[in-house]
Each structure stands twice: as C-alpha cells, then as structure tokens.
Design a protein around this ligand. Structure first.
Ligand SMILES: Nc1ncnc2c1ncn2[C@@H]1O[C@H](COP(=O)(O)OP(=O)(O)OP(=O)(O)O)[C@@H](O)[C@H]1O
Ligand SMILES: [Mg+2]
Length: 355
C-alpha cells in the first residue's frame, strides 16, 4: 500500500519535514542538503519494524549523532519517524537513553509510539506507547495494557508479534518489512560481486548486490527474462547476459560485440556491474510495495540515464518508488513522465523542500 506522506523530525538535518508522496518520487538537491538523511530515515523506520532500530542507528554512530544538532526551541530533542498510508498512521519517537542500561549510550530510548488505523470513517488508535507502557485495543474495543515488558530501545511494533491476537500489527509489520532499500553497490576488486558465489533462487537482490548472478538468473527463469535481455541490449547494445554456473556457484558475465569470449565478473567495468545490479533490483520478480534508491546513477554514464529512467518507470507501475539523485537528466526524464520531483535545500542547517 503506497505511502501518502512521510513525517520526520529531529533526525540529523531533518528538523521538521513532511513530504507528501505519490507513486514515483524523486529527490534532488546540492551536496549535504539532506537527501541521504531522508533515505536513511525511511530505512530506520523499516529497521525499527524489524526490531533492529538500535543496530541500524549504531551503524551510523548511534542516537547521539543522529539527533538534530542545530538550534532547538525548548526541551529535549526527539527523533520522530512517521508515515501515513491509506490504512495506517505510524509514528515512533526516540530520545537519548537515561538511567537503566547505562553502558549502551548509543541506543535510542523509545519515548512514544502510536499505530492508528485510518482506513475507516474515523481514526482508531490500535497501539499507544509512552516509554515502557504500551496500550493496545482489545477485541471488545477497549484499551488494554500490554502485560509484558518491552525493550526500551526497540519499537513495540517489532515486539508484539502474536498474529492471532494482534493481526493488524502483524499486517503493518509485514507491510513495512516488505520495503526495499538500495544505496551503494561495491564494485572494487575485492567485492563479492566479482566472485563466483553459491546461488539459490533469488527473487530479491541483497542490499549489497552480492547475489547479483543468482538474482539475474532468477529473473531469466521465473521473471520477465525477455524484458531483462532487452534491457541489457538497450543499455549495452549488442551485449547479452552470460550467467556462468558451475556446481551451484554463479557468476555474472556479459558477451560484447567484437569480443570472442564472454567477459567474467572481474573484468566488467564498475558502471556495468552497477547497472546490472539496478536491473536486478528494478526487475525483481517479487516487486516490493516500496523501493528506495539512493543515488543509483553512481558511476553510470549519461547515455545510460534514459534507459535507467525507463526501468524506473516500468518498476513504478507496480511499486512505489523514492529515488534520490544528483543526475538532473534522470530527474528530468522522470519528471517528464509524471514523477513528483522534490528539490531539497538546507536553510540554517535544516533540510527544507524548496518551492
Ligand atoms: N545530527 C545532525 N544534526 C543536524 N545536521 C546533521 C546531523 N548529522 C548530519 N547533519 C547534516 O546532514 C548533512 C549530510 O546530509 P546528507 O548525507 O543527507 O546529504 P546529501 O543531500 O545526501 O548529500 P550528498 O549529495 O553529498 O550525498 C551533513 O553535511 C550535516 O550538515
Ligand atoms: Mg547523499
């Protein structure tokens, strides 16, 4: 179910930002204006729904680093991450840890959390949390206190998991769990992308693209194989995919015009390898509800931006897309096809939507 709006506050340069979303959303703006922060805020929301909020924040320096470091009006600063779609309104608010497990200074402390069902004639609160106390809507419609202790550093949504007792929470968790994120595909000499790797049927490319060969083979077998072959030819005229397979180990390769043998993964250029990752991500035979891409144009030549735009537009027919880009050409192609383009700017340290 597509998101109608994102709300983020107190997270890095996103002091207070509300973004109305459509099916295909493109974010551009100068270096440091907060594009990746926006992408990461969504990633943190998804990590929170999986019970990995502290881990995801830890990987970027922890809660103290993540909190808005600029001027504040009053009181202690909170990081709030929230969204609305046709059925749900979800919000989680976190602050710095106080007391308790003092060793874990990088952990967030969840202060508030709310799940509301907004698909009916009036909103219904299904879950409300204040610090360690959680209330849920019982079967008879009354508020009941959740009897078990919840971890202070993780969302209640990730911890109240009984699908029989709380089917709506399970549905929401599953929906968020289905969001997909791709940021950077490592293409240096040591990247797993350039090595043969045990392959299994892979309808979803890993975040780091490590299972690229298996993911492409999966599209050839159970997805739009002809479309994939066409897309490879459109990007690299005269070329064709060659997925090497030996005793269950897969490696991606490419035949090229004028060359008598297929190139192996370690011989492919950085841009070629990245583009193949984008093909696997955007042509997944199991498309996600929401796909977020941060700077997919990295090391992609300008000539490939038009075919990339076509891929994105095709994917947007089934998937809501949030795409961060520096490539004006890519943004231009997508805007011409009806995408919502948001230009971000930073004003006194704060990320804003430019008019
Ligand atoms: N805790 C914080 N409080 C306020 N601002 C922060 C905080 N942490 C980082 N920032 C700001 O966020 C900026 C980085 O934002 P971000 O990485 O989203 O930029 P970007 O738009 O993706 O840029 P690029 O195009 O270079 O990738 C930093 O330069 C800094 O100004
Ligand atoms: Mg960035």
């Amino acid at each position: 179910m597509a998101l109608d709006a994102l709300r983020i506050s107190g997270y890095r340069s996103l002091r207070e930002l509300r973004v109305p979303l459509s099916g295909l959303n493109v974010f551009t703006g100068p270096n440091g204006c907060g594009k990746s922060n926006l992408y990461r805020a969504l990633l943190l929301t998804a990590a929170g729904a999986r019970g990995e909020l502290a881990k995801a924040l830890g990987a970027e320096g922890g809660m103290p680093s993540a909190l808005w470091a600029g001027e504040r009006d009053r009181g202690s600063v909170r990081m709030r991450l929230g969204f609305t779609n046709e059925n749900w309104d979800y919000e989680i608010a976190c602050g710095l840890p106080i007391g308790g497990a003092r060793a874990f200074l990088l952990d967030p402390l969840v202060k508030e959390e709310e799940v509301r069902y907004v698909g009916g004639s009036r909103p219904i609160a299904l879950l409300e949390r204040k610090n360690a106390s959680v209330w849920l809507r019982g079967e008879d419609g009354r508020r009941v206190s959740y009897p078990l202790a919840v971890l202070p550093s993780e969302s209640a949504l990730s911890q109240i998991v009984d699908p029989q007792l709380y089917p709506e929470l399970a549905a929401l968790r599953q929906e968020i769990g289905n969001w997909r994120f791709y940021h950077h595909f490592r293409t240096d000499a040591d990247t797993p992308l350039r090595r043969p790797r045990t392959g299994v049927l892979t309808p979803v490319l890993a975040n780091d693209g490590a299972d690229l060969a298996a993911a492409l083979q999966t599209i050839l077998e159970i997805g739009d194989g002809a479309g994939l072959e066409e897309a490879v030819d459109a990007a690299f005229p005269g070329s064709a995919l060659a997925i090497f397979q030996e005793r269950g180990r897969f490696e991606v390769g490419l035949t090229m015009p004028g060359i008598r043998r297929p190139f192996e993964a370690r011989e492919l250029s950085d841009g070629t390898l990245r583009y193949l990752c984008l093909l696997a991500a955007l042509m997944s035979p199991r498309p996600p509800g929401l796909l977020a891409l941060n700077e997919p144009e990295t090391s992609i030549h300008a000539d490939l931006l038009a075919p990339l735009a076509q891929l994105v537009l095709r994917a947007a027919e089934t998937t809501q897309i949030l795409l961060v880009t520096h490539a004006e050409i890519l943004a231009g192609h997508l805007e011409a096809a009806g995408a919502a383009v948001f230009r971000l700017e930073k004003v006194e340290g704060e990320t804003m939507l430019a008019d």
